[in-house]
Design a binder for this molecule. Structure first.
Ligand code: RIB
Length: 325
């Protein structure tokens, strides 16, 4: 086990959820009212916050997670995964009155998943817990905020880190985030459907991709990244608008690929990369992750990524088909 030293300054601090994923593998997803057989049922460490923390740590980032779990055995499973990957878990608290978050994940042969989340202890992560972790947030290069915890907690974390860290906001699922917090996002990360929903809420429309990224910047975010699945990602900030193409991959399981994307972005931005180079890395890491099962179990180490090719110093992954963030 690679134990992370407590109180070490974090390059990446994540505020978000931890879930035990119960993953059923099926040939195809059931329609409403249908029953289908599963070939396997596997417990996997998951949760969008914990996934990001593990993905960043596996790439070599000093990473801390601020979150909340129950006192049940599932909590031990999740903490073990984090600690064995070197994540600082000293700001994860235990709730004696709630069970650890649980996600029912169904993955079809196509690699596509459906996920139902029972928030459990994640719903009890509050502003006091954020305040207790203030030293970690203030020391971090990038603070990544993940939904699946109360919106008030996300807002408190954004305010706590606003003066010291670069704030990334993965607005998945879309929530009614206050304008002043949206304005701190650098970047806001959403997929094309979430971008459509946010823009529609502001009575705007834009074509999927760079148009959406530009429109999100006009809403006030400092920068925006719109993930486009197989087509890669679009990004925009005050100075540039760019499309970074996807990579060919064999899709086995898309669970947590978006979390790997966000984590990689956080890590590369904490290292001083420009946004296009960071997005190039994020596409490559998420493409790697969809080739394996599970979320945290699918994330590559830096050594598992092959030699630099193409854009900047980003690694290259050889596969066929599509990245599915
Ligand atoms: O993004 C994937 C994650 O979403 C899963 O690990 C599941 O726990 C849900 O939070």
């Amino acid at each position: 086990m690679t134990a992370a030293p407590a109180n070490a300054t974090a390059e990446v601090a994540v505020v978000g959820s931890l879930n035990l994923d119960l993953t059923a593998r099926v040939r195809r997803h059931p329609l409403p009212g249908q029953t289908v057989p599963a070939s396997t049922l596997t417990p996997n460490p998951g949760g969008k916050g914990a996934n990001q923390a593990v993905a960043a740590a596996r790439l070599g980032a000093r990473t801390a997670l601020i979150g909340r779990v129950g006192t049940d055995p599932h909590a031990d499973t999740l903490l073990y995964s984090l600690r064995s990957n070197g994540v600082d878990t000293t700001r994860i608290t235990h709730d004696g009155n709630a069970v650890t978050g649980t996600a029912l994940v169904t993955v079809a042969d196509s690699g596509e998943n459906t996920i139902t989340v029972a928030a459990g202890a994640n719903a009890h992560l509050n502003a006091d817990h954020v305040d207790a972790a203030r030293s970690v947030l203030e020391s971090a290069g990038v603070v990544s905020l993940v939904m699946e915890i109360p919106l008030d907690t996300v807002v408190a974390a954004a305010h706590a880190a606003a003066d010291s860290a670069r704030i990334m906001l993965n607005l998945s699922p879309v929530a009614d985030i206050p304008t002043d917090v949206l304005a701190l996002a650098d970047p806001l990360i959403v997929n094309e459907h979430e971008a459509h929903e946010i823009l529609r809420n502001h009575h705007l429309t834009a074509e999927p991709g760079v148009d959406q990224a530009s429109a999100l910047c006009r809403l006030g975010v400092r920068s925006a990244v719109v993930t486009l699945g197989a087509r890669g990602a679009a990004l925009a900030d005050a100075d540039l608008v760019e499309h970074v193409p996807g990579l060919p991959v064999d899709v086995v399981d898309t669970t947590g690929a978006g979390d790997a994307f966000a984590a990689t972005l956080a890590w590369r931005l904490s290292q001083g990369d420009a946004l296009p180079a960071a997005v190039g890395w994020a596409i490559r890491v998420s493409a790697h992750s969809v080739g394996r099962t599970g979320a945290q179990t699918s994330y590559p180490t830096l050594n598992e990524l092959t030699e630099p090719a193409g854009r900047g110093s980003a690694p290259h992954v050889h596969r066929s088909e599509a990245s599915q963030v």
